[in-house]
Structures are given as C-alpha cells and as structure tokens.
Design a protein around this ligand. Sequence first.
Ligand code: LMR
Length: 309
Amino acid sequence: MIARGIMLGPDQPVILHLLDIEPAAESLNGVKMELVDAAFPLLKGVVATTDVVEACKGVNVAVMVGGFPRKEGMERKDVMSKNVSIYKAQASALEKYAAEDCKVLVVANPANTNALILKEFAPSIPEKNITCLTRLDHNRALGQISERLKEHVSDVKNAIIWGNHSSTQYPDVNHATVTTSGGEKPVRKLVADDQWLNTEFITTVQQRGAAIIKARKLSSALSAASAACDHIRDWVLGTPKGTWVSMGVYSDGSYGIQPGLIYSFPVTCEKGQWSIVQGLKIDEFSRAKMDATAKELIDEKSLAYSCLD
Ligand code: LMR
C-alpha cells in the first residue's frame, strides 16, 4: 500500500525501511525481493534489516507494528514487560537516528501505552509526533453505521473513538452524520434506535478485533494496514474540510482527560499537524464511558512504568 502511494499520496516517492527480528531475516529478504519484482514506480529503495539502528536511520515516518503477543499462561504484566523492553530499544534508536521531524504511529498492542513508553525513551521527538492507531476502530464505527443504514461508508463521517485501543474504548456517534440525497443528517436521527446505538453498536466496535481473531484465527491485517495508511495520509496531507478522524494522541487535558496519557480524540489535521476538535458537547453517558477508558489507560501506564523499575 505504501509503495503504491496509498499512505503518502500518488506523487510522493518512498524508500521503505523494513525491520524484523533475526529468525525472520530470510522471509524479510523474500518480501524485499517481491517489492523489487513489483516494480512500483514510487518505490525508490528498500532497506530490509534486522538491525534497529539501520532501520531507524533518517526515517520521516515510523510505523511501529512489532510487539510481543500474549501467549498462553502469560500474565498481563509479563506481556507489558516484554513490550516495554521492545519499545525502549526502538525508541532509543528513533531518538538517535530518525529524521528530526519523524512522525511516529504505534500500531502494536497495547498501542496507547507502547506509544507512551516510546515517548519516554525518545524525548527529543516532539510529543505531537508520537501517536497510536485508533483509526481502525473509527473506520469500524463508520462501517457499522453504513451497514445498518445501507448508506455508503464514504457518506458517513465524524464518529469518534475516545480513549484506549481496547475493549474499553468508547465509539461515540453523537456528532456523526450521513450525507443523504436530502442533505447531511445526524446518525442518531437516521438510525432512530438509541437502544442499539448505546449497546450493541458500542460492543460490536469494541469487540471487533477479537471477533476478527476468532473468525480468521489471526489478528486483523488488511483493515489494520489500511487504517494505518489513512492515519498517516490524513496527518501528513490533511483531513477534508468539515471532517474529523480519531487518533491516539498526547492528551493536553482536553475534555478533562488527564494530561500525559496517549488517548484517542477527534482530531483535524492541517499542514502536518493534528489538533483536537474542541467544544463538543459531552452528555453524562459519554462522560462515564470516556472516564472509564481513561481509567484503564492510567492503570496501564502505572503497570508499564512498574516494568521499567
Ligand atoms: C484489532 O483491533 O484488530 C487488534 O488490535 C486486535 C489484536 O489484539 O491484535
């Protein structure tokens, strides 16, 4: 997708740096061979390596997809501890070798907290440049509304994912709209079923990652890759006028969310900078859900920091 221009646009040549672990070196080289064989006009080079320093050298965009999966019998703290050490090492390499204005997108779970650890060990990368992926959840919310209303997904916009990329996330459609032949209409009005929107819709989006794993016996791949491209593209090239998207970003205290967490907010992007959409009305139902997912992130943060000791 990146080599085809889906992430950075059809006029932007790219050099891909691919990092994998030593046991996957041969297979990584196979991927490099295929990239060469595909003769992508935009692809100006491929660096396939198991050396984190070589991988990070001069990169402008870092998509962090590597993480340690939870295995049978492992406690949450064991997984966190493995991921903390992976992110510590990669952050230190990005800190030293990436381009000064490098934009970072953390995809691997626990994505928000991995991003926080990365920020800790890459202090010279501006806070605003370290984000995590909740666009996948955002797109899932749009997809569910589109299916329910039998409207095209590109006509549905301005859903919000608040909080953690986990089952406590809060998919909120209170400000979402659908463009119909009769103009732009609120999703709540068109769906006309608050019961569904406040229960099944929310749990379907929250549990979608688990549902994909159950169906495929593998984690989401195509939709996650596509969402990562959407995230970077909108961040670099801007969001369309009147549209916001969800990104896990460093909280500045907006909407009463504790500063210093990486929390998913509605954002607009312009000239390579995101800004949190301000002034949205938050009702009591939303407030409780936004606080519950913030609470989980606070707990994850202290667990992650305890692994650093
Ligand atoms: C997803 O949302 O599809 C993934 O984060 C699920 C997972 O745990 O890999």
